[in-house]
Write a protein that binds this ligand. Structure first.
Ligand code: ADE
Ligand code: ZN
Length: 340
């Protein structure tokens, strides 16, 4: 490992854009298929990995939803979450705000309770085992209608005190944020934070809608905001956090190469960008693989990586005092690394 790789690998960080269903590794997919006697359309783990070639978001989503079918019991969701947290802890992640897609499961007859309680028990175990804190963000599937999102919010009511917020994911183009105006309004009134995927494949107009209609507290991806200078300036001025996912962007052809990734430009433009893994089992790596992929482009300095790690905490939904504690740990890490 070179100096920058070593530096970013142990740098304390938070992860703010992670779909727990996207952390389902092929090995676990096979193990759960066996445990639950579910058939999957793959002969081997290698066969699964060979299928992970995507030219756009929808190619990935089709496989991702099919893979999630092996998740059936509370134990499955617990195991899935804990496997992610074990990987995250090894990447010096000390806090994670994770997405889950309840409709992917309730629509195939798995009760909301099974999903939520399984994930929450995995989160509690991660706190005990690694000291890793976490929060849960319920994502609405935007290819479904708003009535279905509102019903999901009703189902979530008993878990309200254990949810951090709501998000919006799945097929972006043709499903603008404005489609979910009422669901987000209600979620806000229920005291939940609001985030949304926008500007991954969709145009800058979708980012405007996420800000003005959904009134998001954080923006997921946001890459295409850069096509609109006034929007970029607004995001910078308002200190909006962008949860950027470099390896995902590469695998889903949002960028042509890692060298062409706009992360360095985002930082120069004053955007509060962060580094995240999105769906690490499908996109070739966990959060540190994303940091190292950026380091390999040699377009970011060590100070930039410190900024990215700091942004991951300032962009989190933790309270001010806890954020300050994490920022102090980043400072200590940098001072200790320099002294070595
Ligand atoms: N669901 C899981 N990963 C996603 C992504 N990158 N974009 C939209 N929906 C998703
Ligand atoms: Zn995502």
């Amino acid at each position: 490992m070179n100096g920058d790789d070593r530096f970013v690998s142990a740098l304390p960080k938070a992860e703010l854009h992670l779909h727990i269903e996207g952390s389902l590794e092929p090995e676990m997919m096979f193990a759960l298929a066996q445990r639950n006697r579910v058939s999957i359309p793959f002969a081997s783990v290698d066969d699964v990995r060979a299928a992970y070639r995507f030219s756009r978001l929808q190619d990935f989503l089709d496989i991702y939803y099919a893979g999630a079918d092996v998740l059936r019991t509370e134990q499955d969701f617990h195991d899935l979450a804990l496997a992610y947290f074990d990987r995250a802890a090894a990447d010096a992640v000390v806090h994670a705000e994770i997405f889950f897609d309840p409709q992917t499961h309730t629509d195939r007859g798995i009760p909301f309770q099974v999903v939520a309680d399984g994930l929450l028990s995995g989160m509690a175990e991660a706190k005990r085992k690694h000291g890793l804190s976490s929060g849960l963000i319920l994502c609405f599937l935007r290819h479904l209608d708003e009535e279905a999102a509102l019903r999901t919010l009703d189902q979530a009511e008993p878990w309200l005190d254990r949810l951090l917020g709501v998000g919006l994911d799945s097929s972006e183009v043709g499903h603008p944020p404005s489609k979910f105006a009422r669901a987000f309004e209600r979620a806000g009134a229920m005291g939940l934070k609001r985030v949304a995927h926008a500007g991954e494949e969709g145009p800058p107009a979708y980012v405007h809608e996420a800000l003005d209609i959904l009134r998001v507290d954080r923006l997921d991806h946001g890459n295409r905001s850069l096509e609109d200078a006034a929007l970029t300036a607004r995001l910078a001025r308002e200190g909006m956090t962008l949860t950027v996912c470099p390896l995902s962007n590469l695998k889903l052809c949002v960028v042509d190469s890692m060298t062409a990734h706009p992360m360095a430009d985002m930082l120069r433009l004053g955007l509060r960008a962060t580094v995240n893994s999105d769906d690490p089992a499908y996109f070739g790596g966990y959060v540190n693989d994303n940091y190292r992929a950026l380091a390999a482009t040699e377009k970011l300095s060590r100070e930039d990586f410190v900024t990215l790690a700091r942004n991951s905490f300032t962009g989190s939904f933790l309270d001010e005092a806890t954020i300050a504690g994490h920022l102090a740990a980043v400072d200590r890490y940098v001072a200790g690394f320099d002294a070595d």
